[in-house]
Design a protein around this ligand. Structure first.
Ligand code: C2E
Ligand code: CA
Ligand code: CA
Length: 679
């Protein structure tokens, strides 16, 4: 062989040996890391030593107190009373825990953990001092109890803090070790790839084999770690999952049997989270959930309380705090989650409702706890949301009634004869009415407002306010409104075809403005049934339920561009400012009927109505007054140039046939320009 080839071969061999040596040194590192990880997993699985220490401490104190407080009569009667032996056993367990606790802190570097050592030593000394008092304790011996308490009590808060800190550090440590193992395995892969490339066929065979083995190994490790993690955690937020929560709940129940300490289950649901998903898409919804989870974790960071995500926008918290504390915690959570969430330029607000069940009071099993918290949550949502409710015994009945209505409403929407029907209330253009018409109540109808009715087969007529709220809560308002708009447009097309070209007003729920598909849905109905958009008015109310007012304004503009008019309904009862009014492509202000009653007598309402009419005219908008019941009200409104009137004076809401018959009795309306008048 030529000399330079020999040299090259030699260099190959040397580099291969070096690479392999490096690789083998990594093997050792991996083994060491693996042992540490095993240890850390052992530490974090099950209950923490720190937590146990604190529990044992409390258990001992409880036994001690209940024993001392017993009267001579109680001791004689025996039964379930605490015996001296109980106290001694609890003392022994606590004692041995204090001596074991050091092992829980091994490998954890933190000042607080280091500071724990002298505290534990102090505790050990104290335990030795109080041991004789514990040994010779008798019921009613309050002096000895005072001595023990005085020595032991200062440790209570310290142990509590230390326990939480130890748990937290151990979790961090486990994650850190897992990361390091991953890094080492990666670098081994790289080394092997390099050696395989450089060392010819033999080596590449060896290298490829080793590489495959390492990869398999790594995959298994990662899979194992993942399986372990997924078994107890929610992959999106990293919070505990339902299985883990259940496991803890069962454990807390056993604890409660032993030490009598109850606990609470808080069930959280983000109000109207579905709208966030619908408006901004699921990735944004996920980001919001992560942020919400982080806020929850921050609240409970220094406690042993379990924070879990059960799925969707449902979270749960398991806490051993008192009823009063659970209420305070709920308020804290509601507060924290109501603060605005920012994503770049986008600001999203949500609110949270919480239902709380308690153990041991009313709920017996973990399933009961879940069900009761769920019922309480439902009640909280019906209470106006952004609030909490504790479970009460009769909650089930009222809620079941509502759930039944919800189911009936869904059914009613699906069937022709489900009891749902659209009624129409006439609207008249006040300026266009002749004095003869006014005198003889022969109104020329120029429009109609569609008002939905539900005649429930068993419960009779249910007011729209009631079931529309149910539809909103149940998330089926889009479907219901869809149904109403379809019916109303179909009916109005028939009137138009008969020559009665009147305007049709349809109410929208504010929640629909969170549905980005709304313009498409409405426009496609109009196309399908052939109704002229210039004759359609959508009535909206001012509401905090509109999440993104800018997006809503854009959608409404899309509809306005197609000729649809927009009315602000119930004007005066909401809180909208002029800026908000200006930001929407409005054509009409509809004065709420509560302001119309009593205007004929002058007074506050009268001034208010005048103000609104002037404001509307100033903004180039038409004014509709609703709830006109008397001729005096009509005269006043005509004098003030109110554009359109609606109310029992002109007619109550009636079904489509009656409406058609009323239209047939009046002269045919002229085809007219759309009623919009905005500049
Ligand atoms: P709204 O949109 O303000 O509808 C007007 C309500 O006032 C109707 O009650 C109507 O019957 C009533 N009303 C009309 N004139 C008079 C009057 O002169 N005196 C009195 N005392 N009342 C009068 P209704 O039909 O019970 O509807 C109540 C509310 O339910 C509506 O208020 C609206 O917010 C909602 N609603 C009704 N139908 C629908 C619908 O199809 N979709 C949606 N989203 N909401 C609807
Ligand atoms: Ca209305
Ligand atoms: Ca109204």
């Amino acid at each position: 062989m030529k000399t330079h080839l020999k040299v090259l071969a030699f260099i190959y061999m040397v580099s291969v040996v070096i690479l392999l040596a490096l690789e083998f040194s990594q093997f050792k590192k991996v083994d060491k890391l693996r042992a540490e990880i095993g240890e850390s997993h052992r530490l974090i699985s099950g209950q923490d030593e720190g937590v146990r220490l604190e529990l044992d401490y409390r258990r001992f104190r409880d036994r001690l107190y209940s024993y001392v407080r017993m009267s001579g009569h109680e001791t004689a009667s025996g039964g379930n009373r605490t015996s001296h032996d109980d106290v001694l056993v609890a003392f022994d367990i606590f004692w041995s825990r204090v001596f074991q606790i050091n092992s829980a802190t091994v490998g954890l570097e933190d000042e607080q953990v280091r500071n724990l050592e002298p505290i534990l030593n102090g505790l050990k000394r104290t335990m030795r001092q109080i041991e004789p008092y514990v040994q010779n304790l008798e019921p009613g011996d309050l002096d000895k109890q005072a001595i023990i308490s005085k020595r032991l009590d200062p440790y209570g808060a310290i142990l509590n803090n230390a326990a939480a800190k130890i748990s937290h550090l151990k979790r961090l440590r486990a994650v850190e070790l897992q990361d390091r193992l991953e890094t080492v395995l990666m670098s081994m892969d790289n080394l092997l790839t390099t050696s395989a490339l450089g060392a010819g066929l033999l080596l590449s065979l060896f290298g490829a084999e080793a590489y495959r083995a390492r990869r398999e190994e790594r995959k298994t490790r990662t899979r194992e770690a993942r399986v372990r993690f997924l078994a107890e955690h929610d992959p999106l937020t990293g919070l505990a999952n339902r299985a883990f929560l259940n496991q803890k709940m069962c454990q807390y129940m056993r604890d409660a049997d032993e030490d009598g300490q109850g606990f609470h289950l808080l069930l959280l649901d983000l109000d109207k989270f579905k709208n966030v998903n619908d408006t901004y898409g699921h990735p944004m919804g996920d980001r919001l959930l992560k942020k919400a989870a982080a806020r929850l974790l921050r609240i409970f960071a220094s406690t042993d309380d379990i924070v879990a995500r059960l799925g969707g926008d449902e979270f749960a918290i398991l806490t051993k705090s008192s009823t009063k504390q659970a209420a305070a915690l709920s308020l804290k959570v509601i507060d924290a989650l109501s603060a605005v969430f920012t994503f770049g330029d986008l600001e999203v607000r949500i609110s949270t409702s919480i239902g709380i069940s308690s153990f041991p009071s009313l709920s017996g099993s973990s399933d009961d706890l879940m069900r009761d918290a769920d019922l309480a949550l439902y009640a909280a949502k019906n209470n106006g949301r952004a609030t909490y409710r504790f479970y009460e015994r009769d909650m089930g009945v009222a809620i079941q009634h509502r759930m039944q209505l919800e189911a009936d409403l869904r059914r009613a929407m699906l069937h022709e004869d489900g009891g749902l029907e659209v009624y129409y209330q006439p609207q008249v253009n006040l300026a266009e009415q002749s004095s003869h018409a006014i005198e003889h109540h022969e109104w020329q109808i120029t429009g109609a407002e569609a008002l939905v009715r539900w005649f429930h087969p068993e419960r009779g007529h249910i007011p729209p306010m009631e079931f529309i709220e149910i539809a909103e809560e149940a998330g089926i308002i889009d479907d219901l409104s869809d149904w109403i708009i379809r019916q109303a447009c179909d009916d109005a097309v028939q009137w138009h075809q008969a020559g009665h070209r009147i305007n049709l007003s349809v109410n929208l729920s504010p929640l629909q403005l969170n549905n980005p598909n709304l313009p498409n849905e409405i426009l496609s109905h109009l196309d399908q049934c052939g109704f002229d958009p210039n004759y359609l008015t959508l009535e909206i109310t001012e509401s905090a339920d509109v999440q993104d007012t800018k997006a809503a304004a854009r959608m409404l503009s899309t509809l306005a561009d197609r000729g649809i008019s927009l009315a602000m309904d119930d004007f005066g009862t909401g809180y909208s400012n002029l800026g908000y009014l200006n930001s929407l492509p409005l054509n009409i202000l509809k004065i709420d009927r509560s302001f119309i009653s009593g205007i004929e007598q002058g007074g506050e309402n009268c001034k208010l109505v005048l103000g609104v009419i002037n404001l509307a005219h100033g903004m180039g908008l038409k004014v509709v007054a609703e709830g006109i019941e008397t001729e005096e009200q009509l005269a006043f409104l005509r004098d003030q140039n109110c554009t359109i009137g609606q109310g029992y004076l002109f007619g109550r809401p009636v079904n489509k046939l009656k409406m058609f018959s009323r239209l047939r009795h009046q002269r045919l309306s002229e085809p007219r320009a759309q009623i919009r008048c905005i500049a």
